[in-house]
Design a protein around this ligand. Sequence first.
Ligand code: NAD
Length: 489
Amino acid sequence: MTTAIYDGRALINGTRVPAQDGQTFDCISPVDGRLLTTVARCGQADVDAAVAAGRAAFEERRWCSMAPAARKRVMIKFADQLLAHADELALMETLDMGKPIQYARNVDVNSAANCLRWYGEAVDKIYDEIAPTASTALALIQREPMGVVGVIVPWNYPMIMAAWKIAPALAAGNSVVLKPSEKSPLTALRLAELALEAGIPPGVFNVVPGYGVEAGSPLALHMDVDCIAFTGSTRVGKQIHVMAGQSNLKRAWTELGGKSPNIVFADCPNLDRAVQAAVGSIFFNQGESCNAPSRLFVEASIREQFLEKALALVPGYAPANPLVPDTVMGAIVDQTQMNSVLRYIALGKQEGAALLAGGEQALVDTGGCYVQPTIFAGVTPDMTIAREEIFGPVLSVLSFTDAADVVCQANASVYGLQAAVWSRDINKALGVARALRAGTVHVNQYDEDDITVPFGGYKQSGVGRDKSLHAFDKYTETKTTWIRIDSPV
Ligand code: NAD
């Protein structure tokens, strides 16, 4: 593999710039530990400059005054730019955060492009309202862009997480300042260049890479940012709401962690499909998915059979070099995250769970960050691995007595992002689905996904929804204009 040299400078007001104080941080590949590039370590001054650029673009109405049909054309061109640079973006993403290149190319790039296109296409098809008031007046209810939207995203799906926020925010006419994760800053910077090439005016879409406390907090605390849209951990998400309140009461939206329950009853309609979904969904993206079904509840009468089938699939998820086209399990994003996953595995063993598969670091000689796909059985609700989000390839298998018991256990979590129930009994499946406190519940599958449906959680999994037309609510204000009618007739 040859070393790729990437431009790690920020992108502010249409121009690539270093951090004002010249600071950088190293961008290390988890694939093999190599230095990919150095990246601008943005701080308060850089965030101020990016917000000022976004504000100026908004006040000068460079973007928001374009007719929706014109914004649509630019957004679609932006999406096309991603596809035109798909191989480049996929390679960058894989090198930067370790996911298999086949998924970086076919899932991440395609999904991000589809998201940009979908919101672009939507924006000239949404009508405002006239209220059913008395005939002496006309009340117009209109959606307006908010102004400057700050976006902070994590590293697990860098392009998709960014697209879910920047697509509706930009399509609605806002300016955006995006702070990517310090663990995966590269594709965000490239996206902003492609946006410029597509015709998004300078200053409308700015990217400030850097650390959370140094670049993220100044954005969340900024007095001239109108909205902060965050995806990341529940710990930091709580701070985002505090920072919004401490500053200018900017609108704050948070997509946070999960510990999603996957409930398989003995009358599951297709056991092989359920096993494939349980294993495939927890190991996809190295388990670094907020909605991964990390708590598996299998009814006792099929548990042995289920686990036997699950264990048979595990070798197919052996970690390998993510740059190899058919690799399905790549590298964990960095040493810190790998050590955190290994610490949870150690806790699982210590607290008495039965390790059925994996449990070790893998491919140590590569210098990269790899963990074996790991399954624990005999997990009880009090164990740490049943309660905390591990964000790695670790499946915890729990048991239950009946539907009421499993609903109670499934809901006994601070999180409420997703859930699944498998049963051929429609009453049982829908009854359990209704009782589960989660933003999304899957019935007899786990992998359906579409930009048309909202994504987000109950409880401490966050506030607000990404995707679907609902996302426009996050990036627009509602204005009522009353007009008096003195009718001569
Ligand atoms: P994280 O909370 O550590 O970091 C997320 C982002 O916040 C990063 O850009 C980071 O630099 C920034 N940040 C950190 N501290 C900050 C601070 N004090 N002020 C402002 N910004 C700060 O999370 P992570 O490790 O990058 O991502 C993993 C988490 O993201 C998991 O909990 C996962 O479940 C969650 N996630 C949720 C969704 C969802 O849609 N619900 C999707 C993907 C990931």
